[in-house]
Design a protein around this ligand. Structure first.
Ligand code: 5GP
Length: 178
């Protein structure tokens, strides 16, 4: 079992590169069927989803577009502290089928924030794809239509996901060793 160290923490390989790619092939096949004939825009959520979005997107065999947005924290003027703002919109969302591409859905707060914005921008249909999904910590009702892997509530890194900025370049997903 492969173990690695990032900064002060140790991680164990949890989902291999091969398993990730096989699963992405299955998701892409399903999407190629489900999304045929629709006006589709993939919306990747930076930073974490960049590898998943790229690997998935190149297996999509339809006329689709892709765009990326990023959640930025900024200090609000109120005392409530940091608020997340979605930045980088450069695609017309109105009347389109939007496929949100997330690295991981944990509590679902991020996803909820993104879906709110897509509703305001009048997307006709919203689908969600997440490489990883932690059902035990999910607090929202938004369906996650395409799930790569359901995982327990442990901290993971690799394949786009970071620990303090590092580990995104790892080709497999690793889990924290307690
Ligand atoms: P949510 O808003 O669903 O609670 O969390 C989504 C975001 O939290 C993800 O896009 C990711 O940035 C971060 N996150 C949640 N769980 C993990 C994890 O296990 N590892 C890493 N590296 N990030 C996580």
């Amino acid at each position: 079992m492969k173990e690695i160290r990032i900064l002060d923490k140790k991680f164990r390989e949890f989902i291999t590169e091969k398993e990730i790619h096989e699963r992405i092939e299955e998701l892409a096949r399903q999407m190629n069927t489900d999304l045929a004939g629709k006006d589709v825009v993939f919306l990747g959520i930076l930073n974490g989803a960049f590898l998943f979005a790229a690997d998935l997107f190149r297996l999509i065999d339809l006329e689709v577009r892709i765009s990326f947005v990023k959640l930025a924290s900024y200090e609000g003027t109120s005392s409530s502290g940091s608020i997340k703002e979605l930045i980088g919109w450069n695609e017309d969302i109105k009347n389109k089928t939007i496929v949100v591409i997330e690295d991981i859905v944990d509590t679902g707060i991020t996803l909820d924030r993104i879906v709110d914005e897509l509703v305001i921008r009048k997307a006709s249909e919203i689908k969600v794809a997440a490489l990883l999904y932690k059902p035990a910590s999910y607090t929202k009702d938004i369906p996650v239509d395409y799930v790569g892997f359901e995982i327990p509530n442990d901290f993971v890194v690799g394949y786009g996901l970071d620990y303090n900025g590092y580990g995104r370049n790892l080709p497999s997903v690793y889990t924290l060793i307690e």
